[in-house]
Design a protein around this ligand. Structure first.
Ligand SMILES: CC(C)(COP(=O)(O)OP(=O)(O)OC[C@H]1O[C@@H](n2cnc3c(N)ncnc32)[C@H](O)[C@@H]1OP(=O)(O)O)[C@@H](O)C(=O)NCCC(=O)NCCS
Length: 332
């Protein structure tokens, strides 16, 4: 029987218009452009402003653009998975809101939460539905409105995160293109270093939690940094070894955009030169589930059919992993 792989056949991204620069952050917290640029590589990030504007706004724009550019009808989508850490509401799923907004009336949809590894966890999950032959068109969205859970009085976190995201379409391929392999990891003991203290079932919202500013990202930056540098680099090297890929074989590394120094360490560990590393952290910061689809979108025209692409991410949880893709198409 012919083996079916799940190929990405289109990608589209979307970011809001408002640009929050390092200069503007200097007016909000005790920081400066030089510190932020040298410690993180970030110059600016996008912010979704306005009332009632949730993550679904980002996901909806990305999916609409994706369907338009790939010439697909919304009603032909079988399944839509949205990776996000900032859902519009605790329920229903943001994926359902997006499906409804775009008219994907025949799709079933759900959210997947794996913090900054959300997109690759969702991609790997979605690919199984294609590989088994169950579905033909699956959309994976990675989107976050991080500004909704960031404390703009905390200089450790407010400099890093931004809003944005993207979506990819997965379809069956029988010529060996598409998602070839994935290695995914979770270590729940990482909770202590990166989490949101209140707003969940353990500690529901109250006047006390609001007063204590517990509805924001809590992060012990240097602990997260140490973990990320080691594990993101390691898992990217592991997927290369497992698939007999040398650094020459790799056309592109698509790293989660959390910190330029972590990206550099991953590329070094893989032996991949900087011209093969997708990078847009300077423009968007860390958009959590959004970073990898935003990179794929911006670099789409430079990828060629047959390119070996390695995605790598890490995030709160802790979660981390890598996906190996043989790119399926040349851009028009
Ligand atoms: C947050 C992060 C940028 C901080 O950089 P760092 O080099 O680890 O810096 P440290 O936390 O050790 O702090 C160094 C000093 O800079 C200060 N500092 C922290 N944030 C600052 C800011 N925005 N501007 C200026 N100074 C700052 C600290 O207070 C500290 O000062 P001190 O030495 O007087 O105590 C870095 O730890 C990081 O990127 N961590 C990973 C975060 C991440 O990727 N999160 C997403 C997970 S998916």
């Amino acid at each position: 029987m012919t083996k079916i792989t799940a190929a990405i056949t289109g990608v589209h991204g979307w970011v809001p218009d408002y640009v929050l620069t390092n200069k503007e952050l200097e007016t909000m917290v005790e920081t400066n452009d030089e510190w932020i640029t040298s410690r993180t590589g970030i110059k600016e990030r996008r912010i979704l402003k306005g009332e009632n504007q949730g993550t679904s706004v980002i996901g909806t724009q990305a999916v609409k653009g994706l369907l338009e550019k790939t010439g697909n009808k919304a009603e032909d989508i079988d399944l839509l998975i949205c990776a996000t850490t900032t859902p519009d509401m605790l329920f229903p799923a943001t994926a359902n809101v997006i499906s409804n907004n775009v008219g994907a009336v025949n799709a079933f949809s759900y959210d997947l939460q794996a913090a900054c590894s959300g997109f690759i966890f969702a991609l790997s999950t979605a690919s199984q539905f294609i590989e088994t032959g169950k579905y033909k068109k699956v959309v994976v969205v990675g989107a976050d409105k991080m500004s909704s859970i960031i404390d703009y009085e905390d200089r450790q976190t407010c400099i890093i995160f931004g809003d944005g995201g993207g979506a990819v379409l997965l379809e069956p391929d029988t010529e060996g293109y598409g998602i070839k392999d994935s290695i995914l990891h979770t270590d729940g003991s990482g909770e202590q270093f990166l989490h949101m203290k209140a707003g969940g079932s353990r500690k529901p919202a109250s006047h006390q939690t609001l007063d204590a500013r517990e509805h924001y990202v809590y992060q012990e930056g240097s602990q997260v940094f140490k973990f990320a540098v080691t594990n993101m680099a390691e898992v990217a090297a592991d997927i290369m070894a497992k698939n007999n890929l040398t650094s020459d074989d790799v056309a592109w590394l698509v790293p989660h955009q959390a910190n330029k120094r972590i990206i550099d360490a991953t590329a070094n560990r893989m032996g991949v030169s900087s011209d093969k590393v997708m990078l847009n952290i300077h423009k968007y910061g860390n958009t959590t589930s959004g970073t990898i689809p935003l990179c794929l979108w911006e670099y789409e025209s430079q990828m060629k059919r047959g390119d070996n692409i390695v995605l790598a991410a890490f995030g709160g949880g802790f979660t981390w992993g890598s996906v190996y893709i043989k790119w399926a198409y040349d851009s028009k």
